[in-house]
Design a protein around this ligand. Structure first.
Ligand code: GLN
Length: 194
């Protein structure tokens, strides 16, 4: 049986992650309820708006069940807003915004400022191979602190991390699902299988 991969589907860029998984031969489980969460082995937290997702997690009764799964080691891939939700510390967040401390990083929301709201660049990400990945950043967070267990997978020009891994948890500031490149999803799935 292939692993059951969920996508948190409360808000945000869900569909392109589902398409990426289907191109890898997996049918995604869209997770909106605790019962749906129970059926998955791993979860993708998509881009979108982290403070809105945080509210919807509370409203849908998913906040504590998801926190519990992450704390016992469920693998997770968080892209952009999903990275913010998986982080330990959130700078420039809303005061009531929740995060899961599933990876020992602090992130700053909307870290690239107005001029640079959205941009694209090619990034070296050695864990997925030699060819750079085309990375799309949209009101993206950046990593401001990494704990000792965290592996930095990619950095931008000024040296700040934009992709990190700790155990089965991978986070990216950018949107790998927007590039025609499945290697970040494959890296995540390799961690799920391990
Ligand atoms: N700025 C958004 C947030 O703070 C993230 C943007 C994105 O996911 N593309 O949640």
């Amino acid at each position: 049986m292939p692993p059951a991969i969920g996508i948190l589907a409360l808000q945000g860029a869900v569909d392109l992650h589902a398409i990426a998984l289907s191109r890898l031969g997996l049918e995604a489980v869209l997770v909106r309820t605790p019962a749906q969460l129970d059926t998955v082995d791993a979860l993708i937290l998509p881009g979108g708006e982290s403070s809105a997702m945080s509210k919807l997690l509370v409203i849908n009764g998913l906040l504590e069940p998801l926190r519990a799964r992450l704390h016992v080691g469920m693998p997770a891939l968080g892209t952009c807003a999903g990275m913010i939700l998986l982080a330990t510390g959130v700078l420039d967040g809303r005061p009531d915004q929740q995060s899961f401390s599933a990876i020992d990083i602090d992130v700053r929301r909307n870290a690239f400022g107005r001029q640079n709201d959205s941009f694209e660049t090619d990034l070296e990400l050695a864990a997925i191979g030699e060819a750079p990945i085309h990375a799309v950043f949209i009101r993206a967070p950046v990593v401001e602190r990494t704990g000792p267990e965290v592996e930095v997978l990619a950095t931008i020009d000024d040296g700040r991390p934009v992709a990190c891994r700790q155990g089965g948890v991978i986070v990216t500031s950018f949107h790998p699902e927007l590039a025609d490149d499945l290697r970040v999803h494959q890296l995540f799935l390799a961690g799920v299988a391990a």
